[in-house]
Design a protein around this ligand. Structure first.
Ligand code: ZN
Length: 143
């Protein structure tokens, strides 16, 4: 084993943004991934597990990562949102969890409902994967 000095940790990385689709890291002033156009998320929170994020990103199918983000479901809380995210990742669909509008006040950060957004090209597959209409009222008569 060669002892390589561990570099890249520290405050500088805390503000970096990462693409939820391809896990590519972007500087903090970027808002969208240069490759996928996905809105970037803060890398800091899950910084401890960069390889886990990359492993998940590798599962993602490129054909499900195109187009604008559309809402496919609404989760009641973060736990449910994470569960739905897991289901979608199993199908290779990248998704973005976003606090539902009107609930983004401090007390609700952990508990508030989340919108589950996926790229347009993955929306149909996502709805099938979830088999759940989320109460959005947009009846997508695709069956
Ligand atoms: Zn990307």
């Amino acid at each position: 084993m060669s002892a390589q000095p561990h570099r890249g940790d520290g405050a500088a990385e805390a503000e970096q943004l990462v693409c939820p689709s391809c896990a590519r890291v972007h500087p903090p002033h970027e808002r969208f991934c240069a490759d996928c156009g996905m809105p970037l998320v803060h890398a800091a929170r899950e910084q401890r597990q960069p390889s886990a994020r990359q492993r998940r990103a590798r599962k993602i199918k490129p054909q499900y990562a195109e187009g604008e983000l559309v809402k496919v479901a609404r989760a009641q809380n973060e736990t449910e949102a994470r569960f739905l995210e897991g289901l979608l990742l199993e199908e290779g669909i990248p998704c973005l969890l976003r606090r539902s509008r009107g609930f983004d006040v401090a007390e609700m950060l952990a508990a508030g409902p989340r919108d589950v957004l996926v790229p347009a090209s993955g929306a149909e597959a996502a709805r099938e994967a979830l088999a759940w209409d989320g109460g959005a009222g947009e009846a997508d008569v695709s069956t």
